[in-house]
Design a protein around this ligand. Structure first.
Ligand SMILES: *[C@@H]1O[C@H](CO)[C@@H](O)[C@H](O)[C@H]1NC(C)=O
Ligand SMILES: *[C@@H]1O[C@H](CO)[C@@H](O)[C@H](O)[C@H]1NC(C)=O
Ligand SMILES: [Fe+2]
Length: 419
């Protein structure tokens, strides 16, 4: 029996993949309510590192399919600099070197710093690596731990966070996560909420990058985008989608044969993790649809018994907030999730925690009359992970106070959506 331990640490979820043991972690922590205000730009939590042009906003993510590589990213704020990473298994040695790339972008009147992405590959499993970026007085040193080899018995602990933002509540979430023992974060979208500022002020992308660095520099966060990453602002002349996100956050999409950094898969320890983009095309024949069809066939449950899907907008949601927004993706993909027996689907977007039974609604075809989800042992459990702390506050009201299907002979009642 595979055991699953997870618990809502109120706002983020810890998922422990433990073979043979069922573990559970809980916390009595309950975060304060609305309003949540962003930390001021001069907050100590956004402090810039010492030294001219010192690397900041350091973050790492998995760099390949199986966990033997990382992509290390950072920003040099003042001028272009080498995209080099020096690293070693021994502290203070740094005798290996990897070379990356540099990019920059503008968004309306915001001009980004110089954004570096460097792939460090050929690593050994279960090994601590030390790395150094920047030069002279501005150099900075960090470390990370590689995961165990892909194996049916490999134990691992993921943290799960979404809708984080940069308020005092976001800080509380991150501080609780740092104490949790999580080894890597599955991030379900909506990162900085910079788009809530005038002209989507990129300065709030920079402050967010410095805020989360205390975790992201030391362990990989598996990124996914949300609606706050779209940043489609034709009124400002910004007509491409996901521009800041795509410049700042790398994903190892080519390693899973994806054609876009927006959707991809990684395998880590005993988990196969599929990242889907709620705001990229996904209907039949689109690149994301075609990729997912192929990726599900590559899942090998003998090696990765855990099959986990991440998306931003939940496919099942009984909240007023964002009701039905995941319905189109459900129509496109739910059948496959049942066929391939996905274990867990994690989503964010709705700022409240919710967990389903194993249910499916795949027999509905307009004429069949099968309009309601039914218990289905092959179906995933759907978890909306609970709000990370962003400015927008919590979602409270349920669309469906009580609803039972006609099969049980009771009538449905619903409250009226109020936003
Ligand atoms: C990127 O940086 C270079 C060098 O400073 C600068 O010339 C260029 O205009 C920048 N590009 C963008 C899109 O900001
Ligand atoms: C819809 O489902 C019904 C009942 O299972 C079936 O008879 C019918 O052929 C289906 N229609 C389509 C278009 O698949
Ligand atoms: Fe969202």
């Amino acid at each position: 029996m595979r055991g699953l331990g997870f618990a809502a640490l109120s706002l983020h979820v810890l998922l422990c993949l433990v073979n043979g043991v069922s573990s559970r972690r809980t916390s009595s922590y309950v975060r304060s309510e609305f309003p949540s205000t962003d930390m001021p730009l001069d907050s100590e939590w956004f402090a810039t590192p010492k030294g001219y042009n010192a690397p900041q906003q350091v973050h790492i993510t998995q760099g390949d399919y199986d966990g033997k590589a990382v992509i290390i990213s950072w920003v040099t704020p003042s001028e272009p600099a080498p995209s080099q990473v020096f690293y070693s298994k021994e502290e203070n040695r740094y005798d290996q070197k990897a070379e990356g790339t540099m990019t920059n972008y503008t968004f309306y009147d915001y001009k980004s710093g110089y954004i570096h992405h460097c792939l460090v590959d050929g690593l050994q499993y279960n090994t601590k690596y030390y790395y150094k970026i920047g030069t002279g007085d501005s150099a900075r040193e960090f470390w990370f731990q590689t995961p165990p080899a892909i194996d049916i018995d490999a134990s691992y602990t993921f943290g799960i966070i979404g809708d984080l933002g940069q308020t005092f509540n976001s800080l509380s979430t991150l501080q609780h996560y740092l104490k949790s023992g999580g080894e890597s974060v599955l991030f379900v979208g909506d990162l900085s909420y910079a788009d809530r500022y005038q002209h989507n002020d990129g300065i709030r992308w920079d402050s967010w990058g410095r805020f989360v660095e205390r975790s992201t520099a030391y362990q990989p966060w598996i990124w996914n985008s949300g609606n706050h990453e779209i940043e489609y602002r034709p009124d400002l002349g910004e007509t491409s989608t996901f521009k800041p996100y795509l410049h700042r956050y790398s994903t190892p999409y080519l390693a899973s044969k994806s054609s876009s950094p927006m959707w991809y898969a990684v395998r880590r320890a005993s988990a196969h993790i599929i990242v889907l983009s709620s705001y990229s095309p996904f209907v039949k024949y689109t690149p994301q649809w075609m990729w997912l069809k192929g990726e599900l066939k590559r899942v090998d449950r003998e090696k990765t018994p855990w099959l986990i899907v991440l998306m931003h907008a939940p496919m099942y949601n009984s909240n007023d907030a964002h009701f039905m927004e995941g319905e189109s993706m459900r129509a496109a993909f739910e059948k496959w999730f049942v066929k391939y027996k996905v274990d867990l689907v994690f989503a964010g977007h709705v700022h409240a925690y919710e967990r389903s039974y194993r249910i499916s609604n795949i027999n509905y075809n307009v004429t069949s009359g099968n309009r309601y989800p039914v218990p289905d042992k092959s179906a995933p459990v759907y978890i909306t992970v609970g709000d990370g702390g962003n400015q927008e506050g919590l979602a409270w009201s349920s669309v469906i106070r009580s609803r039972t299907t006609p099969r049980s002979g009771r009538r449905a009642t619903a409250t009226r959506p109020c936003s």
